[in-house]
Design a protein around this ligand. Structure first.
Ligand code: 5GP
Length: 122
């Protein structure tokens, strides 16, 4: 799938749509999810045009991949989630119901998060 630069996270990166920023560096921007599913629900996005996890893993260079995941770690630490724990999640493609076609990692925390996932399918 080609990258669509009109997706909502591309607009946030360009400053066309506001966000509640948590952390930013040369590799990533982290901001609160507009529809939080936990007391803390933050999204971390790379600055480059990657549609999904698979696109990012395939196309980004090693420094960009490492820098992005360091930014996820720094974001979780700065949110104060590190000692208690948190969950990271990335939806890739239709069966995962990826809504926004710009790669992002969700960080959930601030409470006991329950089981990893509710049982689905057969
Ligand atoms: P996905 O299903 O693609 O993994 O998750 C997309 C996430 O982006 C959802 O949790 C949704 O609430 C969030 N989201 C969608 N539009 C916006 C927006 O304009 N601003 C913010 N901060 N989050 C958004």
């Amino acid at each position: 799938m080609a990258y669509d630069d009109q997706n909502v996270f591309a607009k946030i990166l360009r400053g066309e749509i506001p966000c509640k920023k948590v952390y930013e560096d040369e590799f990533a921007l982290a901001f609160h999810d507009i529809n939080p599913m936990a007391p803390v629900h933050v999204l971390v996005i790379p600055k480059g045009p990657y549609v999904s996890f698979a696109d990012f893993a395939r196309e980004a260079d090693a420094e960009t991949v490492a820098g992005f995941f360091q930014a996820v770690n720094t974001t979780a630490r700065e949110l104060g989630l590190d000692p208690q724990g948190y969950r990271i999640l990335a939806n890739h493609g239709p069966t995962a119901r990826q809504e926004v076609q710009h790669f992002h990692v969700h960080i959930f925390g601030g409470t006991d998060l329950g089981p990893m996932i509710s049982r689905v399918g057969g």
